[in-house]
Design a protein. Structure first.
Length: 288
């Protein structure tokens, strides 16, 4: 409530708050802070209703993990042959350098709904494939052949965690459809399922390519799509703009608008459809 009696609403493209175990709203803090003890990877998100951890050592020890808000389902990704990690504090990200003469770098960073991982290809000589190991107790990875997303499903076939479809980009421009493939290729020596992403070599060797090229999936809870929008209702029953994002969300664009309180029932603070007139508020219009 403003001093003049009007109400200002602030809207973000990503979560700004979460509900704690007592049902109270708390500010979301994605800052990575040190963590030790059982299950630790070295770094964890400071404040969220989901447990998100990011590795600080070798990729073979884990690059990132996610446990859903209920605590029932979790996934950890491993990247053998990468690391040790260096912490990019300005970007709140762990970078796992290649080992044994490799060129591709693997990264992991938290998002408002889980974590995001990716790979950076510095030039056309880089290997076009990246292989990771998945540990998800009680869940089995199933590739969506239409999108390349990986659904982690329980014994009933219900999807519990989603590894979103990979996005390949050259200098920030998305690659054409079909540039990257997703496959589960068997188990590693300790029984973890192996997830392989492959970029079309012709895409990397195209003379028009502008490096670096990035591969950018994300991990988060599965949600119910509402009304054909990107909005999702998660297990804590509040509206999230993105449950599993496929692009980096270091900053969250915000919208502000002010509603006059002179006619209390005229303009509720919940958003109206894009471009809708906020009648009878003197012809004011909701921002798109």
């Amino acid at each position: 409530m403003n001093a003049d009696g009007s109400v200002t609403q602030e809207v973000s493209s990503g979560r700004m708050n979460y509900k704690d175990g007592q049902g109270h709203w708390q500010p979301l803090d994605l800052s990575l802070v040190p963590e030790t003890g059982q299950g630790a990877l070295g770094l964890k998100v400071a404040a969220s209703n989901a447990a998100v951890r990011v590795g600080s050592g070798l990729g073979s020890a884990g690059i990132a993990s996610y446990t859903d808000p209920t605590g029932a389902y979790s996934v950890t990704l491993y990247a053998a042959g990468f690391g040790p990690a260096s912490f990019d504090k300005p970007n709140n990200r762990a970078d796992f350098a290649p080992q044994a003469g490799g060129e591709v770098q693997v990264t992991a960073q938290p998002t408002d709904t889980g974590f995001e991982f990716g790979a950076t290809f510095p030039d056309a000589k880089a290997s076009p494939t990246v292989t990771l190991a998945i540990s998800a107790p009680g869940l089995s990875p199933v590739v969506d052949s239409a999108t390349g997303a990986v659904m982690l499903q329980d014994s009933s076939g219900t999807s519990r965690i989603e590894i979103t479809a990979p996005v390949v980009a050259d200098a920030g421009l998305p690659a054409p459809a079909g540039t990257v493939t997703t496959a589960i290729i068997g188990n590693d020596a300790v029984g973890h399922r192996m997830l392989r992403y492959g970029i079309d070599p012709a895409y990397l060797t195209d003379p028009a390519r502008v490096f670096p090229v990035t591969l950018d999936p994300g991990v988060g809870s599965v949600c119910t799509r509402l009304g054909g929008t990107n909005g999702c209702l998660d297990s804590t029953h509040y509206f999230d703009t993105y449950i599993a994002t496929t692009r980096r969300a270091r900053t969250r664009p915000r919208r502000r608008w002010t509603v006059s309180a002179t006619t209390p029932t005229a303009c509720p603070p919940t958003p109206a459809p894009t471009g809708a007139t906020c009648a009878p508020c003197s012809g004011s219009t909701r921002p798109p």
